[in-house]
Write a protein that binds this ligand. Structure first.
Ligand code: ADP
Ligand code: MG
Length: 195
């Protein structure tokens, strides 16, 4: 059997707003295995981003169970969620690049997260990650000198540089043109196939 990376059991999540409570996730159960590419679909506002942020340890939940890479995140300590976040590659809907840093420096931030940035081959890994996603010639540029799609791809390179076991991506191709979108999906499939 393949290793289970995410196990969600009976997860409930509600938001309190003013006087009333909005139930966003109700008794959700799902399981994701290593090597899988899973696409979550649903109308806007149905709770997809909420689920990703809970699974990624970015938001706490109090009901049900969510085990991610062996860590229980429901009712967990902040310290444990921080440790978990370092082991996950996040790709956000907005690329969240640091505007004052070059593409290479932004990608390098992904390495620093894992405490792995002193590796001798860091420069080479950054170059490879950028080339894999078609940004090899743009490493010295600032985010504002790139198109929206190129910025999104730099965010993807930053998330993947640590070769995380789990990548959580929130609408990663929404701001990309068709060709860039296909490049990104192809890259995900390739990474999943290699485990
Ligand atoms: P999706 O990603 O599927 O579009 P979200 O997880 O972002 O959905 O949102 C789920 C629900 O949570 C929505 O119905 C929205 O009303 C509510 N919501 C999302 N973000 C906030 C917020 N910052 N404050 C209050 N309610 C929010
Ligand atoms: Mg969303």
């Amino acid at each position: 059997m393949r290793e289970s990376l995410v196990e969600v059991r009976d997860l409930c999540f509600a938001r309190r707003q003013g006087g009333h409570v909005q139930q966003i996730l109700r008794n959700l159960t799902l399981e994701l295995a290593a090597g899988e590419v899973v696409v979550l679909t649903g109308p806007s506002g149905s709770g997809k981003s909420t689920l990703l942020t809970i699974a990624g340890g970015l938001r706490s939940a109090t009901e049900g169970s969510v085990r991610v890479l062996g860590t229980e995140v429901v009712n967990s300590r902040e310290r444990d969620r921080v440790a978990l976040r370092r082991r996950i590659g996040f790709i956000f809907q907005q690329h969240n690049l640091a505007p004052a840093l070059t593409v290479a420096q932004n990608i390098q931030m992904g390495l620093q997260l894992s405490g792995d940035h002193r590796r001798k081959d860091a420069k080479q890994r950054i170059q490879q990650a950028a080339e894999a996603i078609g940004l090899g010639a743009h490493l010295h540029k600032l985010p504002r000198q790139l198109s929206g799609g190129q910025q999104q791809r730099a965010g993807i390179a930053r998330a993947l540089i640590n070769e995380p076991k789990l990548v959580l991506a929130d609408e990663p191709t929404a701001s990309l043109d068709r060709t860039s979108g296909e490049l990104v999906v192809g890259l995900f499939n390739q990474l999943a196939a290699s485990g």
